[in-house]
Design a protein around this ligand. Structure first.
Ligand SMILES: *Cc1c(COP(=O)(O)O)cnc(C)c1O
Length: 244
């Protein structure tokens, strides 16, 4: 990795942290309430290692195979680090066993069938000794507009899925995740997301996390109560569109 790239990542991280701090100040919130998840899909392991050196500890990935290889390479580059890996992509049921050995949190749970597959894979991996933690923390992915293409469960299925997840011994329900639909008015979208998170929390008090906000809209998301912002482009630069 070039010194230039390293300096670039450092500058970008400083900028993102300043944006988070500013949005928190404007919303009267404590910046310690908002975690930064660096989305490192398509980013090479050396860049992740540099982000670890800069003090980041949580990374988001969206493809099971790519992420599994990267997790190993990063462990080789920074054997002392204990990074947290969040899965933020569409997970197919037959890929659950690929991610459970290393995933810290699954943010994209959106169906009872996926929940069953991930629950079973988590418990099996723990029994086999390939996963240290017996339980996998999860967020339910919420769909603001009910468009099935992007994934997520809509309003009518949210609480039903939540009680299903709460009944599975291998999963722990930690909260809600959402992506504001492209072209939507951000204030309205994040208000709807916050309302869904509040409904979830009313029935499941432990489900306190709200993963919402990306490079383009993290400021609005923080105003609406986000506790995790998932930032890719602003931290690592434009990704190659083909590998997105
Ligand atoms: C890629 C991605 C992000 C990061 O998006 P940026 O606009 O690059 O910050 C956040 N969340 C999810 C689910 C993603 O796939």
């Amino acid at each position: 990795m070039s010194d230039e790239r390293r300096a670039d990542l450092g500058r970008r991280l400083t900028d993102v942290r300043a944006r988070i701090a500013e949005a928190c100040a404007a919303a009267g919130r404590d910046p310690a309430e908002v975690a930064l998840l660096a989305v490192t899909k398509t980013v090479p392991p050396a860049d992740v290692a540099a982000l670890i050196d800069l003090g980041l500890d949580s990374f988001g990935e969206n493809r099971a195979q790519e992420a599994s290889a990267k997790v190993e390479e990063v462990a080789g580059l920074r054997p002392q680090a204990r990074p947290h890996w969040h899965f933020v992509g569409n997970l197919q049921r037959n890929k659950a066993r690929v991610v459970v050995p290393w995933v810290t949190r699954l943010e994209t749970l959106d169906s009872a069938r996926l929940a069953n597959a991930v629950d079973a894979a988590t418990r099996k991996a723990h029994d086999d000794g390939t996963r240290a933690e017996p339980v996998l923390p999860v967020l339910i992915q919420y769909s603001v507009d009910g468009d099935p293409a992007r994934g997520g469960v809509a309003d009518d299925g949210l609480l039903e899925l939540a009680s299903h997840v709460a009944g599975l011994p291998g999963l722990e329900l930690r909260g809600l995740m959402a992506v504001a639909p492209l072209g939507s008015e951000p204030d309205r979208a994040f208000a709807a997301i916050a309302a869904a998170a509040a409904r979830l929390r009313a029935e499941h008090p432990g489900a306190r996390e709200l993963s919402a906000g990306m490079s383009g809209d993290l400021d609005v998301a923080i105003r609406h109560g986000s506790t995790v912002v998932r930032v890719g482009t602003a931290l690592v630069g434009e990704r190659a569109l083909t590998s997105r």
